[in-house]
Design a protein around this ligand. Structure first.
Ligand code: SF4
Length: 151
């Protein structure tokens, strides 16, 4: 059965930067979970960052910086590599990651100014997975992933 890498916060895990719990964006996620096809990861926690943690945004330079100016790029990169190696271990071709996150966003990210403005772009993990041929979806285009997996 095709396995899917999934953002841990979609499974209700308490991994978000603000410690809040997110609910799954689609009820099919619970079915996939029951079928044992989900491999969950929070790249930021896997990369060594705590919960809660300071919000961070990718800058035009590619570095990921907190609002206080702390460079957390290494932790983000470490987490992205852990996510990629999970995909390799489980022969994963598809990922369902949280949109707009500086790690997981696949179509949009925040613009680096901490003013809630989104721009087209990919988070560090989504970009690394995409570069390795893994198709990354988010809650905004989950229907496309469902179509692929049920075809
Ligand atoms: Fe969710 Fe990804 Fe942010 Fe972790 S890094 S809390 S999995 S969006």
């Amino acid at each position: 059965m095709e396995k899917i890498l999934i953002s841990a916060c979609f499974l209700g895990e308490k991994v978000r930067y603000n410690g809040e719990i997110k609910t799954a964006p689609n009820s099919i996620i619970a079915s996939w979970h029951e079928q044992g096809r989900l491999v969950s990861v929070c790249p930021e926690v896997s990369g060594g960052l705590p919960v809660p943690r300071a919000a961070a945004e990718q800058q035009a330079t590619g570095l990921v910086i907190t609002q206080a100016g702390v460079d957390v790029t290494d932790a983000f990169t470490r987490g992205a590599n852990i996510a990629l190696s999970l995909c390799e271990t489980h022969n994963i071709r598809y990922a369902l990651l949280k949109e707009s996150s500086p790690s997981c966003g696949s179509n949009t990210i925040y613009d680096g100014s901490f003013s809630h403005r989104k721009i087209p772009g990919q988070g560090v993990t989504a970009a690394l997975l995409s570069a390795h041929g893994i198709k990354v979806f988010s809650e905004e285009n989950i229907d496309q992933l469902i179509t692929i997996l049920t075809a």
